[in-house]
Ligand binder design. Structure first.
Ligand code: TXA
Ligand code: MG
Length: 327
C-alpha cells in the first residue's frame, strides 16, 4: 500500500481470507491472527515483501523471522528435520511451537527473512483461521508479532491497528488470541535441542515428549542475543515496569496474579488482575492487553506482583523481564 493509505479490517470469513491471501500473494503486508499473538504477514519467498515488514515495524534487520505454514508436510519441505525435530513437530503442530532447523537447497524462505542465517524458523499455527489463510496463500508467510519493534505484542485486531494503522494493507480480524504469549522457540540444529525462547508450549511439555531437559534460554539480562532477535529490552510499554512488587507507591499501576495483595494497593492508579485464581494459562492470555490497558492509565510505573515461573509462568516472566529491562 502507499504510505498514508488506510488499513482494511477484513472479516474472518471466506471473503476475508480470500482478500487477505490475494494481498499477501501480491507482496502486501497483512496482519493475521494466530493462537499466540497477531502476526505481521508477508510472502516469505519475496524479499521485497519481507523488506516491507522491517520498514513497517522499524525492526533491526539482523532479526530473523518465523515462516508460517499451513501443515506439517509444507513445513518439513522447508528445512531438515532430525529425529528430535520430527518428534516435536508430531507432538505440538499445529500449535504454539517454532522449530529452528537447518535450511536446505529446497528452502523457499528468502535470505532476508532468515537474516542470512543457514537455519530457518518454522511454525504451523494452531489457529484454524491462520491455517486456512496460509493454505490459501500457498507459500510460507513470514510473521513477526504485528507491533512496532520493541513494543507490546498484539492479541487483538484493535491492538494491531493502534500500532500499525496506515502502515499495512489489512488486518484479518480473528478476535482475541487464545494463548496470548508468543510461541516457544526450540532450535534443532544437531546435538541436543535448545530452548531459545519460552512461550506457549511449556518446558515441562517439551521434556515429556523429548525425555530430556532442554538447555536454555540464556538470561534476559544479556544483551548478547541467543536467538538473534532476543534483545533484553523488548515487549516494552511506555511505563517503566517494576517486578516482584510487594509495596505499591501512590499512583503506580498494578498487575496482580493469584492471591498476592501488595501493601498500598488502594493507592494504585489502575489495577488489572491477570488471574484471580492464579492460573498461568489465563494470565498469559491477558498479559499483553493488561500491559496495554495499564499503560493507557497514564501511570509512570507498572508494578507487577511475583509470578511463579512454572508452566506458562516461565514465558510470562520472560516477557515481563524484557519489559522491565533498561532501554
Ligand atoms: O507466536 C509467535 O511466535 C509469533 C506469531 C505471529 O507466530 N511470532 C513471533 O515472531 O513472535 P517474532 O519475530 O517476534 O519472534 C521470532 C523469534 C525471534 O526471537 C527470532 O530471533 C527467533 O524467533 N528466530 C527466528 N529465526 C531464527 C533462527 N534462524 N535462529 C534463531 N532464532 C530465530
Ligand atoms: Mg515480537
Amino acid at each position: 500500500m502507499a504510505p498514508g493509505g488506510s488499513t482494511r479490517r477484513l472479516p474472518a470469513d471466506l471473503d476475508g481470507i480470500a482478500d487477505a491471501a490475494r494481498l499477501l500473494r501480491a507482496g502486501d503486508l497483512v496482519a493475521f491472527p494466530t493462537e499466540t499473538v497477531y502476526g505481521l504477514g508477508a510472502d516469505a519467498t519475496d524479499p521485497a515483501a519481507v523488506a516491507r515488514i522491517f520498514a513497517a515495524k522499524a525492526r533491526p534487520r539482523f532479526n530473523p523471522l518465523i515462516a508460517h505454514l499451513a501443515d506439517v508436510a509444507s513445513a518439513q519441505a522447508e528445512g531438515a528435520f532430525d529425529a528430535q525435530a520430527q518428534r516435536l513437530a508430531a507432538a505440538f503442530w499445529p500449535g504454539p511451537l517454532t522449530l529452528v532447523v537447518p535450511a536446505t537447497t529446497r528452502t523457499s524462505v528468502c535470505d532476508l527473512a532468515r537474516a542470512g542465517l543457514d537455519s530457518v524458523a518454522l511454525r504451523v499455527p494452531g489457529s484454524a483461521l491462520a491455517r486456512d489463510l496460509l493454505a490459501a496463500v500457498g507459500r510460507p508467510v513470514a510473521g513477526p508479532s504485528a507491533n512496532r519493534s520493541g513494543r507490546v505484542s498484539p492479541t487483538s485486531a484493535a491492538h494491531v491497528l493502534a500500532d500499525l494503522s496506515g502502515r499495512i494493507a489489512a488486518v484479518l480480524d480473528g478476535g482475541e488470541a487464545s494463548v496470548g504469549v508468543e510461541s516457544t522457540v526450540v532450535a534443532c540444529l544437531g546435538g541436543p535441542p535448545r530452548l531459545l525462547r519460552p512461550g506457549g508450549i511449556t518446558r515441562e511439555a517439551l521434556r515429556a515428549v523429548l525425555g530430556l531437559e532442554l538447555a536454555g534460554p540464556e538470561g534476559a539480562d544479556s544483551n548478547r542475543p541467543v536467538g538473534p532477535g532476543l534483545l533484553a529490552s523488548h515487549y516494552a510499554p511506555r511505563a517503566r515496569v517494576r517486578l516482584d512488587a510487594s509495596i505499591i507507591a501512590p499512583g503506580e499501576a498494578v498487575l496482580l496474579f493469584g492471591a498476592a495483595r501488595p501493601a498500598g494497593l488502594d493507592r494504585a492508579r489502575a489495577v488489572i488482575d491477570l488471574s484471580p485464581r492464579g492460573d498461568p494459562v489465563e494470565a498469559a492470555a491477558r498479559l499483553f492487553s493488561g500491559l496495554r490497558d495499564l499503560d493507557a492509565s497514564g501511570a509512570a510505573v507498572i508494578a507487577v506482583v511475583p509470578i511463579p515461573s512454572t508452566g506458562l509462568g516461565e514465558a510470562i516472566r520472560d516477557r515481563l523481564e524484557r519489559a522491565a529491562a533498561p532501554r
